[in-house]
Design a protein around this ligand. Structure first.
Ligand SMILES: Cc1cc2nc3c(=O)[nH]c(=O)nc-3n(C[C@H](O)[C@H](O)[C@H](O)COP(=O)(O)O)c2cc1C
Length: 217
């Protein structure tokens, strides 16, 4: 199955079984992380069988067996790095879905001591593993809530990109973004907030996968 198909199958999953990640899965995910680190100059890494990833609140009250996770880190904090982390995280979440795993993006309730020893800027983590369930679709805004799309005036690929962006995870499922079509080019605006650039990366990845076009602005 393609990554594109994974967009409608991926949903946040917070409770996992105690089944380990297979050595093959660990290897495949690590390879994907390495490639993305190289491409975007990031410092992401995979931790397995490690129950240090979550805040104690999330560990004790919100989750089960959330012991495998990807640390979303860069060497320096910048808007560019944040956007790249969101873009890479979208790729990783859809990739793990395609190899039969589930995921959970955590921007707030992770262990904020992660990465300190290595002097890395850790922005979020993505928990991965064998979900107890496969989750459920999030409540979603509509095409007209988040864009200027009009059937007669705009191309089909633009619509498909926005529909894909509506499947992306956002913090607290807020979906505070807007697409506008200017001079033949789509433009994405994300509402300000500490996760805005990360969300921009997540949304951009989904838009590009859905539309088959680059979101170059
Ligand atoms: C930037 C960002 C930050 C998030 N932070 C948290 C968090 O701190 N705790 C949590 O339980 N979920 C967190 N989530 C998960 C979202 O609540 C979840 O992705 C959203 O409700 C949409 O659901 P979906 O992932 O099924 O599409 C975060 C997601 C994103 C994109």
């Amino acid at each position: 199955m393609t990554l594109k198909e994974m967009m409608s199958q991926r949903h946040v999953v917070k409770k996992y079984t105690d089944q380990d990640l297979s050595p093959e899965a660990q290897q495949e995910v690590s390879k994907r992380i390495d490639d993305l680190n190289q491409k975007f100059n990031l410092s992401m890494s995979l931790k397995v069988n490690d129950d240090n990833g979550l805040s104690s609140l999330a560990k004790h009250f919100m989750s089960k067996n959330a012991t495998n996770y990807i640390i979303l880190a860069s060497k320096q904090k910048s808007d560019e790095a944040d956007e790249a982390l969101g873009y890479a995280a979208a790729d990783l979440m859809l990739y793990v879905q395609s190899i039969g795993l589930n995921s959970w993006f955590i921007g707030g309730t992770y262990n904020h001591k992660l990465g300190q020893a290595e002097h890395l800027v850790v922005r979020s983590i993505v928990v991965i593993g064998h979900g107890q369930t496969s989750g459920a679709p999030h409540r979603s805004k509509s095409l007209s809530d988040v864009s200027d799309y009009q059937q007669k005036s705009y191309p089909e690929w633009y619509k498909q990109g926005i529909e894909a962006a509506l499947l992306a995870p956002t913090a607290m499922n807020r979906q505070k973004f807007h697409f506008a079509f200017n001079d033949g080019k789509p433009k994405l605006t994300v509402a300000p907030g500490s996760f805005a650039m990360i969300e921009r990366g997540l949304l951009k990845y989904h838009f590009e996968l859905g539309s088959g076009r680059h979101l170059n602005e």
